[in-house]
Design a protein around this ligand. Structure first.
Ligand SMILES: [Zn+2]
Length: 120
């Protein structure tokens, strides 16, 4: 059954692309795409997302790390300044750092961790 085989091939491609997209999404979440050699990540992410038919919507040309900002917004709500207990604020868009609004102390709320490949 030729058609059946093509369907399976298509499903496999989709699965492969989906996994790739998740991996790229993780890397973007870690902020790796903001590093000097990480520009390919957001490019690849868009390409894969498009191939999967996902609507990314109209985004500004510059991507300031939406994923980071989202995670930072959660973190600043959870974490208080370690020095004075004041509320923290992200230093700038796309940053992993936050600054205390009371005493100005800075701390890193998110880590840009490179995921190690586990096993095979
Ligand atoms: Zn403080």
């Amino acid at each position: 059954m030729q058609a059946e085989r093509e369907k399976n091939q298509f499903a496999e491609d989709r699965e492969r692309l989906s996994r790739q997209l998740i991996r790229l999404g993780d890397m973007i979440g870690d902020g790796l795409h903001l590093e000097p050699d990480g520009k390919w990540i957001s490019k690849e992410y868009r390409r894969v997302a498009k191939a999967l038919g996902y609507e990314l919507g109209k985004r500004p040309r510059r991507n300031n790390g939406d994923a980071i900002n989202q995670r930072m917004a959660e973190r600043v709500n959870e974490v208080r300044c370690q020095k004075c207990g004041g509320s923290l604020k992200q230093t700038r868009s796309g940053s992993l750092q936050a600054k205390c609004e009371s005493c100005g102390a800075q701390c890193q709320l998110l880590k840009s961790v490179r995921r190690k490949a586990t096993g095979g």
